[in-house]
Design a protein. Structure first.
Length: 441
């Protein structure tokens, strides 16, 4: 098959003919009509199989780094489509490239793990594994990325893929940390952009929740241990008054932190456990405070441990106690890159409709997709999975969580169109090329 020429997208009418004349800020440079028809035809054939695939995963959920059956099912489906999936070194999770390697590369990420929860639904595809359930929709994410991969493989075979799409089936999002395994295996090497969808039971099928900037938060744990000589409460001046010092640390550290970082970063330290002493008249010689740090800004997240250590040392020094900080990193905030969000928006508008994109709020929950966005641009969007008009109240991480399965077709459309939009965008001439006169702008 001949590859598409620079600036021409075969099969998609009126694609780049208008590109040169396209005003700044116009939506996607390609016409989605042909793509829409190709997606319609693909989903008319594949939708029942995709739903069956999702239900099979739902019946057999597996926890993080134990997704062996799930991995095999993904490998089988990709191999049957003529693709060459690669299993990650630890034995779960899959990376699979589609299309020519000489253009830009866009990655689509699905997480494949389930949660340690009882499946409380009464449905034929209820979990058969006691205490394990797909209660975060990762079975749906896996199915949508697989479906998109199968569609794009057809496009590639027809010479319609203007670059490479890499499917990332990531293990262990809930643990979290599977993203780091994907990255260690070279999963985002050479990738220009990465996209992901996450089920959202608060919005209806056919809608895509978008937000530029932070969409999920960092969540780290902090453990502060304070030590001092201890002694009789009658003579605090001869000892270090440890409980008093600990109380100062517990109140002053969050307050001081909030004055050291930009308030827009929403960095917050909240204590969950404080303990010291055993009787009323003895100053203890040690105490502990444990809490979580949540943060919406990547820069503030990186600086937080060092800043906290310095503040802790200064408060502890004032009260003559020793303070030790153990700072345990969780996940970084997921900070969506605005251009990638716009690609999601343009794609959803083209293949779903103008009402599809909706704003979505920031969440203080964590999502390890943030690790990818530390290295490359990309975006996570919230996919509506709620039946339109339904008053059922589902939430993620609950035993009764379920989706309206028509969301799968919506997700395939959005991911396919977004990947194509990103590939076409990244093929646009750079300023250097334009200056050289190679391409008229
Ligand atoms: Zn989850
Ligand atoms: Zn999840």
């Amino acid at each position: 098959m001949t590859q598409p020429g620079h600036g021409v997208m075969p099969g998609l009418d009126r694609v780049a003919a208008a590109r040169g004349a396209r005003p700044e800020g116009d939506p996607a440079p390609w016409d989605g009509t042909a793509l829409q028809m190709q997606l319609d035809a693909f989903l008319a054939r594949q939708d029942p199989q995709l739903i069956a695939f999702r239900r099979d995963l739902h019946r057999h959920p597996e926890l993080g780094f134990a997704e062996h059956r799930t991995t095999q099912r993904i490998v089988d489906a990709l191999t049957a489509a003529g693709l060459r999936p690669r299993v990650l070194p630890k034995g779960t999770g899959v990376i699979c490239d589609i299309g020519p390697g000489d253009g830009p590369t866009v990655a689509l990420r699905a997480d494949i793990d389930a949660l340690p929860l009882m499946d409380e639904k009464d449905v034929p595809y209820r979990s058969t594994v006691p205490g394990v359930a797909h209660a975060c929709g990762h079975d749906v994410h896996t199915t949508m990325v697989l479906g998109t991969g199968l569609f794009l493989a057809q496009q590639a075979a027809a010479g319609l893929l203007p670059g490479r799409v890499r499917l990332l089936f990531q293990p262990a999002e809930e643990n979290p940390g599977g993203a780091l395994d994907v990255m260690a295996a070279g999963g985002i090497a050479g990738v220009d952009r990465v996209f992901a969808l996450h089920c959202d039971p608060r919005i209806e099928v056919g809608q895509l929740g978008l937000r530029a900037g932070p969409i999920t938060a960092a969540c780290d744990k902090v453990y502060v241990r304070v030590t001092g000589p201890g002694g009789h409460t009658a003579r605090p001046h001869l000892t270090a008054d440890l409980v008093y010092a600990l109380a100062k640390i517990v109140t002053e550290l969050p307050a001081a932190l909030s004055r050291r970082v930009d308030p827009r970063s929403s960095l917050s330290l909240v204590w969950g456990r404080v303990a010291a002493g055993s009787v009323a008249n003895a100053i203890p010689d040690d105490g502990i405070a444990e809490g979580t740090v949540r943060c919406l800004d990547d820069d503030a997240w990186h600086k937080a441990p060092e800043m906290m250590k310095a503040l802790l040392d200064s408060v502890a020094a004032a009260y003559d106690v020793e303070a030790n900080l153990e700072y345990v990193r969780g996940v970084p905030p997921t900070v969506n890159e605005p251009t990638s969000v716009q690609m999601f928006r343009d794609a959803a508008t083209q293949v779903i409709g103008p009402d599809a994109p909706v704003p979505t709020p920031q969440s203080l929950g964590g999502e390890d997709f943030g690790w990818y966005l530390e290295s490359i641009p990309g975006a996570l969007a919230r996919l509506g999975v709620r039946t339109p008009g339904s008053d059922a109240e589902y939430d993620l991480h609950r035993g009764d969580f379920d989706v309206d399965e028509s969301c799968i077709g919506v997700g395939v459309r959005v991911l396919a169109a977004t990947a194509l939009a990103a590939l076409w965008d990244d093929r646009r001439p750079t300023a250097d090329e334009t200056v050289g006169g190679a391409v008229s702008a």
